[in-house]
Design a protein around this ligand. Structure first.
Ligand SMILES: Cc1cc2nc3c(=O)[nH]c(=O)nc-3n(C[C@H](O)[C@H](O)[C@H](O)COP(=O)(O)OP(=O)(O)OC[C@H]3O[C@@H](n4cnc5c(N)ncnc54)[C@H](O)[C@@H]3O)c2cc1C
Length: 246
């Protein structure tokens, strides 16, 4: 997704690597795409769900249940309620960022120098954003690596005009009247950004159960001929969603 934003990947469709049909055929599962699990009844061994396209509800029994609802981006509390702050988790986020960057591209601040933060700064520069600032609370970029391995990465960032602020973090974020965001860093530095992209880290989505927004869901191994007892609606439910996170 960052490389789509940077223009290296031109075709949005190519981000959807596995269409629903291919998953169903290859792994012999029933996949209810664009369907939200709203309730799990453990005694009954049944999940209840709602199809997002038309609101039709249904349920499905299970023998074993695996919850793999992923994670959601962590946004520091300083950004609560501040407009112009984005995270990148799925293609809808990507489209929101694209629209915002197209509209305001003078100065973007990226929070977090992990893989996503670095891919974002690279692609924002590739897209022609004039000023890109990267704020990282650790004394190095790519905290998962040994410090000496990351020095070349830091040099490359600086060479490409990225303003890297290590050992620093945002302490306040205030919306400005011109729709920019004023940031104060722990070091005392003041920044004003057209938009802020937070690539800090993620929280497990089970923490937000029962899931405020969603997309897909149940995969059930078929035992016999193709039959779908208890499914709501027709067999084409939610075909528009692929396996990309939506
Ligand atoms: C921008 C970006 C770039 C990345 N690049 C890489 C990379 O290059 N290499 C790499 O290895 N990893 C990469 N990752 C990380 C990788 O995407 C994640 O580690 C991986 O997707 C986690 O898989 P998951 O199945 O746990 O969760 P997810 O992929 O998030 O899947 C969880 C799914 O559960 C669904 N769901 C949630 N709640 C419900 C509900 N109630 N009912 C139904 N469905 C629900 C969600 O809609 C989602 O589709 C990247 C992540 C991002 C955000």
């Amino acid at each position: 997704m960052p490389y789509y934003l940077g223009g290296k990947i031109k075709d949005r469709q190519s981000l959807i690597v596995t269409p629903v049909e291919r998953l169903e055929q290859r792994f012999i599962v029933d996949l209810h795409a664009s369907t939200e699990v709203t309730r799990i009844e453990r005694q009954e061994q049944r999940v209840y769900y709602r199809r997002l396209s038309d609101g039709v509800e249904g349920s499905e029994p299970y023998d074993k249940l695996i919850i793999s609802t992923g994670s959601k981006p962590f946004v520091p509390k300083e950004f609560n309620g501040v407009p112009g702050v984005f995270t990148l988790r799925n293609m809808r986020d990507m489209e929101r960022i694209e629209a915002a960057v197209s509209a305001h591209s003078e100065h973007v601040v990226v929070i977090g120098a992990g893989f996503i933060g670095l891919e974002m700064v690279e692609n924002l520069r590739a897209r022609g954003v004039k000023k890109v600032t990267l704020v990282e609370m650790m004394p190095q970029v790519l905290g998962v690596l040994d410090a000496e391995m990351t020095r070349d990465v830091l040099n490359e960032l600086t060479k490409n005009g990225v303003d890297v602020r290590l050992s620093d973090h945002v302490t306040t974020a205030q919306p400005l009247p011109d729709q920019r965001v004023a940031l104060t860093l722990n070091s005392g530095a003041q920044l004003s950004a057209d938009l802020v992209i937070v690539g800090a880290f993620t929280l497990h989505a089970v923490a937000r159960y029962p899931f405020p927004h969603v997309s897909l869901l149940i995969a059930r191994r078929r035992r016999g001929p193709r039959e779908r007892p208890g499914r709501c609606g027709g067999s084409g439910a939610g075909r528009e969603a692929g396996s990309a996170r939506e």
